[in-house]
Ligand binder design. Structure first.
Ligand SMILES: Cc1cc2nc3c(=O)[nH]c(=O)nc-3n(C[C@H](O)[C@H](O)[C@H](O)COP(=O)(O)O)c2cc1C
Length: 144
């Protein structure tokens, strides 16, 4: 079975909490997973994985984080055609426009979205954690 990579950026830990729950879901679904901060990952490493769970909070004005995550994603999206992908991230007040844009962008790159993108207002509550785990389980299913 192919392995999933969880690749995320998090400034204050909320998206990191989501990333760990997503990874837990992949394991519950019976697939292998590795978790990376985006600074420790690069598009060169993508060939080692069969699917990607990308996490990034809303920053700027409903934008992906500009210094580390966006430059990575600009490279990664060139390699997503036909690849299983799930997206997640935390937001503070906007309600999700950054994720709608990002989901559309990822779909336009040809990725196979394994489930609806998951957003949490600030730190994920129990329902948010459950949604993250379900996203991970959907990835495991896509990789089976
Ligand atoms: C510089 C900055 C810009 C932000 N811009 C937005 C925004 O446009 N929309 C929004 O809903 N939240 C925005 N937020 C709130 C973050 O998305 C929110 O605090 C989130 O929980 C941070 O996730 P993290 O803990 O993974 O870094 C912003 C926060 C910062 C620090």
């Amino acid at each position: 079975m192919k392995k999933a990579a969880v690749v995320y950026w998090s400034g204050t830990g909320n998206t990191e909490t989501m990333a760990n729950a997503v990874a837990e879901g992949v394991k519950k679904g019976g697939a292998e997973v590795e978790v990376f901060k985006v600074a420790d990952f690069s598009a060169d490493k993508m060939a080692d994985f069969g699917g990607f769970l990308f996490g990034c909070p809303a920053t700027g004005t409903e934008e992906l984080e500009a210094d580390e995550f966006l430059p990575f994603f600009e490279e990664a999206e060139k390699k997503l055609s036909g690849v299983p992908v799930g997206l997640f991230g935390s937001y503070g007040w906007g309600g999700g426009p950054w994720m709608e844009d990002w989901t559309e962008r990822t779909r336009n790159a040809g990725a196979k979205l394994v489930a609806d993108s998951v957003i949490s207002e600030n730190a994920p509550d129990d329902a948010g954690i459950a949604s993250c785990e379900a996203l991970g389980e959907a990835m495991a299913k896509a990789l089976a």
